[in-house]
Design a binder for this molecule. Structure first.
Ligand SMILES: Cc1cc2nc3c(=O)[nH]c(=O)nc-3n(C[C@H](O)[C@H](O)[C@H](O)COP(=O)(O)OP(=O)(O)OC[C@H]3O[C@@H](n4cnc5c(N)ncnc54)[C@H](O)[C@@H]3O)c2cc1C
Length: 268
C-alpha cells in the first residue's frame, strides 16, 4: 500500500529534530526499517516525518569511563563489526548479527530499534539484560532513562512524543551471548535469550516471551544461589507470558526459552 500523505523535513542537528518534533503529529525517521512498513500499512499516519538518518555525529561507539557509549544512529552492521564492542561487550554485536538480513542491518539503527519497542526485537532485550541507560533529548533538555523503565508496553516506551533518543550506555561485560531461534532465515525471534556476566553476576533477558523484553529474574536468583545452569533454567518461565501465534504456541515458546537459557548459561 502507499503511505498516507505526509510532510518531509530533514533535521540538521538533534536540536533541530527536537524543534521539528514540536509540530503537529511529527515522527522521527531513522533507518526506516520499521517505520516505512508501518506507514505503508497505514498503521501510522504522521503529518510530518522528521528525517534524522543523516545525523552522522550520532553514529559512534566509544569508551566513556566505565561505560561504553553508543550513538543512537549507529547501524546494526556497525555494531556487528565494532572493535570496542567486540572487546568489551560482544553480546551486542552477537545479537545485532542476528537481525534481519544485510539490507536491514545496513539501514536499521540501534536507536530506532529500541524506540520501536517491538516485543520480538533483539536489541531491546540485550539492553535490558545489561541494565543499559538510554539518553533522550527533548525541549526541556536531556534525561537518562534506565532500560528497566524504558519499555512500557508493546511498541510503547517512556519517550515523550517530543523526545529523541541520542545515546545508549552499557557496561563492559566479562562474557555474553545471544541465542535466537527463528522459523525462517532473517526472521524475528520465536524466542531470543541474552545472557551476560556483569561484575561477576549473571544477568539474563528474554525476547518474545511477553509484551516487552523481560528479565529472567528467577534464573538470575538461582544462579546467584549457586544453582547449575540446568536447575536455574528450570525457572525461565517465571514472570513470563509467552504469546501464541502463527510462529509458535505459548507452550512451545515456554519450552524453547528454557532450552535456550540453559544453552546460553553453558556458553558463558
Ligand atoms: C525484513 C525485516 C526484518 C527484520 N528483522 C528483525 C529482527 O530479526 N530483529 C530485530 O530486532 N529487528 C528486525 N527488524 C527491525 C529492524 O531492526 C529495524 O531496523 C529497527 O526496528 C528500527 O530501526 P530504524 O533505524 O530502521 O528505525 P525507523 O524505522 O526509522 O523508526 C522506528 C521507530 O522508532 C522511532 N525512532 C527512530 N529513531 C529514533 C530516535 N533516535 N529517537 C526516538 N525515536 C526514534 C521512529 O519514529 C519510529 O517510530 C527487521 C526489519 C525488517 C524490515
Amino acid at each position: 500500500m502507499i503511505p498516507a500523505p505526509f510532510e518531509y523535513e530533514r533535521a540538521g542537528s538533534v536540536d533541530h529534530a527536537v524543534e521539528l518534533l514540536a509540530g503537529d503529529d511529527a515522527k522521527l525517521l531513522a533507518g526506516g526499517q520499521s517505520l516505512i512498513p508501518v506507514l505503508r500499512l497505514r498503521f501510522a499516519r504522521p503529518a510530518t516525518l522528521v528525517d534524522v538518518g543523516r545525523l552522522d555525529d550520532l553514529r559512534y561507539v566509544r569508551e566513556d569511563g566505565d561505560r561504553i557509549a553508543i550513538g543512537a544512529l549507529t547501524r546494526h552492521a556497525e555494531l556487528v563489526r565494532d572493535p570496542v564492542l567486540a572487546r568489551h561487550c560482544a553480546v551486542i554485536p552477537h545479537a545485532a548479527a542476528h537481525i534481519g538480513d544485510p539490507q536491514v542491518r545496513h539501514r536499521g539503527t540501534i536507536g530506532g530499534s529500541v524506540a520501536h519497542a517491538d516485543p520480538a526485537g533483539d536489541l531491546g532485550t540485550v539492553l535490558l539484560t545489561l541494565d543499559a541507560e538510554l539518553v533522550a533529548r527533548g525541549p526541556g533538555g536531556e534525561r537518562t532513562i534506565p532500560a528497566s523503565e524504558f519499555f512500557t508496553g508493546p511498541f510503547q516506551t517512556a519517550l515523550a512524543s517530543q523526545e529523541m533518543l541520542t545515546e545508549i550506555r552499557v557496561p563492559a561485560v566479562e562474557a555474553g551471548t545471544y541465542l535466537k531461534l527463528a522459523r525462517r532465515s532473517a526472521d524475528w525471534a520465536t524466542v531470543g535469550v541474552a545472557a551476560a556476566r556483569v561484575d561477576g553476576r549473571v544477568q539474563v533477558g528474554l525476547t518474545s516471551m511477553g509484551m516487552t523484553p523481560l528479565r529472567a529474574r528467577g534464573v538470575e536468583e538461582s544462579l546467584a544461589g549457586g544453582a547449575s545452569a540446568a536447575d536455574a533454567a528450570a525457572r525461565t518461565g517465571e514472570g513470563t507470558d509467552p504469546p501464541g501465534d502463527v510462529s509458535a504456541s505459548s507452550e512451545y515458546r515456554a519450552h524453547l526459552a528454557g532450552v535456550l537459557v540453559r544453552r546460553a548459561l553453558e556458553q558463558l
